[in-house]
Design a protein around this ligand. Structure first.
Ligand code: GLU
Length: 510
């Protein structure tokens, strides 16, 4: 079911890598767009050239590709409403600023930054805060005071100017947010924001509103940090007489630090050793590298599942959702108002759940790459079986080796603590006896060997625990690992006998 009236966008500024909070914002836009049968658009908001960072746009596009958030239109793929990069739409914005001036909703301002800094300092000395607003604008250097003719002359003479929005006095603005409900604001508390800069570029506010209007955006879902901009945006829609088609707004709660107050930052990640970016990022100026979920070994699905539940809940106990299930289940009504605390352990838990539910053959392919890097060539079926035996102990594919190396190589040494505890004096002889028992077994399947060995132990009235622990020490080199007879089945009879012999010869009590 497609609905061409539903159009959502993610509109990042290319100022660096994308914080996972940004990925979550994009995700919620994507989920709602798809749920309602609409389109998802990627627009680059690069009006602030001073904050431009090389490589950031390519980074963002690549990160979304990894995550599985797909766009229908955008900077990287074009579309009916392009261009999708604000620096390429420069020519579009000025007419709307002019229109706002003509309708008395905006004015030219010539105040230099020195003048404004002087005013700020003066106010500060009086313990007040300077705000460029309805109460002071008539006394400042702008077309409200100078009149339009004089102002146009100044502009024609080449004097630098900005355009400010004329925030009305004494109005109560009523706004509606899909997450927060109705909000009222007194316009006297708002300032006259710059909407057009002296460099000929619109500010974020104007460009954002114009683009959302021209691109027919139906819903604006964005981070809570944009809530203070909402009154101006609503006022701009009204002033441009676009209020009939104004998008619905939803401001998402912050992602909070694992402990304490405040927004999750890169510093928290660095301190506690978890990534705050979807993929690795290298700062083009300093060469500094930041960790990424992809490179840390997270599955894209697990990463998305984890993010989806940071700030939204399905209203049930279900925690594991595929992207399609998220699309089905998502609704803005179930987005929380309060901040969502990020929990790095929960992130790992999600990855573990995806390990458990992944196909062994798929995990085996990923693991086989690591084995090849270590110079180990193993049969695919065997790797698949190993994975099925140890994946419950692994959070990441990279943990599989530590849980399973003994399937691929004989012990090079023996865990000293286990030797001390388990390798009693009689063990070399008992293991030699066990070796004879094993030599006589043809069917080396786990259950058959288990039955015969256990029978032998009980016939000889030996201690089950002592024999099994010593046997494990010979095979694994340590006291860990899955069911021992599953290991011997997979490494096979010859290797089992070799390891037993090596243990008998090499394990020495200190
Ligand atoms: N360019 C803004 C940002 O970087 C977009 C905010 C919005 O979605 O309106 O987050």
């Amino acid at each position: 079911m497609t609905n061409e009236n539903i159009r959502l966008r993610f509109a990042p500024s290319p100022t660096g890598p994308l914080h996972i909070g940004g990925v979550r914002t994009a995700l919620y836009n994507y989920l709602l767009a798809k749920k309602l049968g609409g389109k998802m658009i990627l627009r680059i908001e690069d009006t602030d050239q001073t904050r431009f960072v090389a490589g950031a746009e390519a980074y963002i596009i690549d990160a979304f590709k990894w995550c599985g958030i797909e766009f229908d239109e955008g900077v990287h793929m074009g579309g009916e409403y392009g261009p999708y990069k604000q620096s390429e739409r420069k020519a579009i914005y000025k007419q709307y600023a002019d229109e706002l001036i003509a309708s008395g909703n905006a004015y030219y301002a010539f105040d230099s930054s020195e003048e404004l800094t002087g005013l700020r300092n003066q106010y500060e000395a009086d313990k007040k805060v300077f705000t460029y607003n309805a109460f002071v604008r008539d006394g400042l250097n702008n077309s409200e005071k100078l009149g339009i003719e004089k102002s146009e002359k100044l502009i024609a003479e080449g004097n630098p100017f900005v355009i400010r929005f004329k925030m009305p006095k004494d109005e109560e603005l009523i706004m509606h947010d899909l997450v927060r409900g109705e909000m009222k604001i007194d316009t006297n508390t708002l300032d006259d924001k710059i909407i057009f800069k002296s460099d000929g570029m619109p500010t974020y506010h104007l460009a954002n509103i114009v683009d959302d209007h021209l691109m027919k955006i139906s819903h604006v879902i964005r981070g809570e940090e944009w809530l203070p901009s909402m009154p101006l945006h609503v006022m701009l829609y009204k002033a441009l007489k676009w209020d009939d088609s104004m998008p619905q707004f939803a401001h998402l709660p912050l992602l909070l630090k694992p402990k304490g107050n405040g927004k999750l930052s890169k510093r928290d990640g660095d301190k506690m050793g978890f990534p705050v970016f979807p993929t690795e990022w290298t700062n083009p100026e300093t060469g500094d590298q930041s960790m990424g979920y992809r490179e840390e070994g997270y599955f894209a699905d697990a990463f998305i599942n984890m993010l989806a539940l940071l700030g939204w809940n399905p209203g049930t106990e279900q925690e594991i959702f595929s992207m399609d299930e998220l699309i089905q289940a998502f609704s803005i009504e179930r987005v929380n108002k309060s901040g969502a605390r990020f929990d790095p352990e929960k992130a790992k838990w999600f990855n573990h759940q995806y390990m458990l539910k992944s196909d062994d053959a798929v995990l085996a392919d990923l693991f086989a790459k690591e084995l090849t890097d270590k110079g180990i060539s193993a049969d695919k079926d065997m790797v698949s079986k190993v994975v099925s035996l140890v994946k419950e102990r692994a959070e990441f594919v990279k943990d599989l080796w530590e849980q399973s190396y003994f399937f691929f190589e004989a012990p090079k040494e023996y865990d000293a603590k286990v030797v001390k505890k388990r390798w009693k004096e009689a063990m070399p002889t008992l293991m030699a006896d066990l070796k004879v028992v094993l030599e006589n077994i043809d069917d080396f399947s786990s259950s058959n060997v288990e039955t015969i060995v256990k029978q032998w132990i009980s016939d000889k009235e030996l201690s089950m625990g002592q024999i099994m622990n010593a046997f494990r020490l010979c095979i694994v080199g340590a006291g860990k690992g899955p069911h021992l007879f599953d290991i011997t089945e997979l490494i096979g009879k010859t290797e089992t006998l070799n390891r037993l012999q090596a243990g008998i010869e090499n394990i020495k009590r200190a």
